[in-house]
Write a protein that binds this ligand. Structure first.
Ligand SMILES: CC(=O)SCCNC(=O)CCNC(=O)[C@H](O)C(C)(C)COP(=O)(O)OP(=O)(O)OC[C@H]1O[C@@H](n2cnc3c(N)ncnc32)[C@H](O)[C@@H]1OP(=O)(O)O
Length: 130
C-alpha cells in the first residue's frame, strides 16, 4: 500500500471527546480515493459508489499526524475497487481500515462509462508512452 497523503490533526478536526472526528477522517478518505481514482482512470467525472464496513481501530489527538494509504484491489469495467488504511505516525497504530471503496467512471450524462484501464499506471509509464 502506498501512503500518499499526510494530515496534521488541528483543533477543527476534533470531536467533543477531544480526538479526531470520524466524519472528518471519512471526508479525507473519500477525497483521497477520488483523487487516486481520477488520476488512475484519467476521468475527472469519477464518483464514489460504495464504501464497505469501516473499522475505527484507534484514534489520533490534536497535533498528531496521520497518513492515508490507498491500494487498488481490482480494475472493473467502469469501476475501480480500492482499499484504504490510515496510520497514526506518532503512535504507529492503525487508525482505520476500509476494505472496499468502489469508484465509478462516468460519461457526460452521468452514466457508468468503461474506463479501459487494467493496471496501476505511474507517471513514468505515462511519460514513456508519449
Ligand atoms: C467523490 C465523491 O464524493 S462523489 C459523490 C458521491 N457519489 C455519487 O453521487 C454517486 C451517485 N450514484 C450514481 O450516480 C450511480 O449509482 C452510478 C452512476 C455511480 C452507478 O449507477 P449504477 O446503475 O449502480 O451502475 P451499474 O450498475 O452499471 O454499476 C457500475 C459499476 O459499479 C459497480 N457497482 C455498482 N453498485 C455496486 C455496489 N453496491 N457494490 C459494488 N460495486 C457496485 C458495478 O459492479 C459496476 O462495475 P463494473 O462496471 O466494473 O462492472
Amino acid at each position: 500500500m502506498r501512503f500518499h497523503t499526510r494530515k496534521w490533526i488541528k483543533p477543527e478536526d476534533l470531536n467533543p471527546n477531544g480526538t479526531l472526528f470520524g466524519g472528518r477522517l471519512l471526508e479525507w478518505i473519500d477525497e483521497e480515493a477520488a483523487l487516486y481514482a481520477i488520476i488512475q482512470l484519467e476521468n475527472p467525472k469519477t464518483v464514489t459508489k460504495y464504501i464497505s464496513e469501516i473499522d475505527f481501530i484507534s484514534s489520533a489527538k490534536q497535533g498528531e499526524i496521520v497518513e492515508i494509504g490507498i491500494e487498488v484491489v481490482k480494475f472493473g469495467t467502469a469501476s475501480l475497487t480500492l482499499k484504504c488504511e490510515v496510520r497514526n505516525k506518532m503512535t504507529r497504530q492503525t487508525v482505520i481500515k476500509v476494505d472496499k471503496i468502489i469508484m465509478v467512471s462516468l460519461d457526460n450524462n452521468g452514466n457508468p462509462e468503461p474506463h479501459g484501464k487494467h493496471k496501476v499506471e505511474f507517471v513514468k509509464d505515462r511519460l514513456n508512452e508519449t
